[in-house]
Design a protein around this ligand. Structure first.
Ligand code: OGA
Ligand code: MN
Length: 290
């Protein structure tokens, strides 16, 4: 008798990302979604390869992981012409204006919209057009970052909260509806306070939460610490985190990567402006970090 494929995680050599095989986007049920969820929680990042799905299938699949979130760039250059739940990440232009977010530039290490009160839980990124080289994406596990902290750093982060400014984006540009701050002290700027170590709402595991590595000298403050001590601790936490295992995604057409923003960070390489890279992304709602 013919039976359905079994959904399994296959190691691609990484502890941060697994490949999921056996999932059929044309025919799946709640049990299949539960399998994917389990693997996703275990790794933080999962990859589907050689899939051929429509934007509608992409959107429908992401609904199983939470309510759709509209990323601010979806109201700007990252808008999809017909699907409001899709963020277009691309270096294309239309009528002389960008028709995708991020252009061809590098994106430094970050977790998505960390400066929100409720940052998203998940993101599902699918390759539509790829450059021959460049534009690789990298992930690191923030569970691993937390769990491997040396004792003195583990003590230093205990019970701490971190303030993230929300005026400038990681590329140094002013965010939507924000003005140049008058003060030099970021503590007086608009921003958000989150726990420096957060407990994942589904796995219950603890993860370090660092927001983003901006291009500016300072974007965060560990609440209550003198600024120089805060800067030193933040720098040490970044250094420690980036010593951890990094998963490198060299995109192929047919790839979709789904990551958990609550326990991973990612970055992206730049690529030549002579080539086109188009990605479609959906985003799912997350809890307020605790
Ligand atoms: C994102 C992002 C990475 C990429 O979608 O949040 O950072 O590879 N993009 O384009
Ligand atoms: Mn991102």
């Amino acid at each position: 008798m013919l039976t359905k494929n079994k959904i399994t995680a296959i190691s691609n050599g990484s502890n941060v990302c697994a490949d999921i095989v056996g999932f059929d986007f044309n025919d799946y049920d709640a049990q299949d979604v539960a399998e994917v969820r389990k693997i996703w929680f275990q790794y933080g990042v999962v990859r589907f390869r050689d899939i051929d799905i429509t934007d509608e299938q992409h959107i429908k699949f992401s609904h199983h992981f939470g309510e759709a979130v509209i990323h601010p760039k979806q109201l700007q250059e990252g808008a999809h012409p017909t699907q409001k739940e899709i963020l277009v990440i691309a270096n294309t232009t239309k009528d002389g204006k960008p028709s995708g977010a991020l252009g061809n530039s590098e994106a430094t290490w970050h977790t998505d919209t960390w400066f929100y009160e409720r940052p998203p839980a998940g993101a599902l990124l699918r390759a539509i057009a790829l450059p021959p080289t460049g534009g690789d994406t990298y992930w690191v596990s923030m569970y691993q970052a937390y769990e491997t902290l040396p004792t003195y750093l583990r003590n230093a982060v205990k019970g701490r909260q971190i303030f993230f400014q929300s005026v400038y984006d990681a590329a140094g540009g002013l965010r939507l509806n924000k003005q140049e701050p008058k003060s030099d002290d970021i503590r007086e700027w608009p921003g958000i306070v989150h726990p420096l170590v957060r407990v994942h709402g589904d796995s219950g595991r603890q993860a370090l939460y660092l927001g983003a590595q901006g291009v500016r000298e300072q974007d965060s403050w560990i609440v209550g610490l003198p600024m120089d001590e805060s800067n030193d601790l933040v720098a040490q936490l970044w250094q420690h985190t980036l010593k951890g295992e990094v998963f490198v995604q060299k995109w192929r057409l047919g790839d979709m990567v789904m990551w958990d923003n609550r326990c991973t960070m990612h970055r992206r390489d730049s690529f030549s402006p002579e080539h086109i890279r188009i990605m479609h992304r959906t985003t799912t709602a997350g809890e307020r970090p605790v």
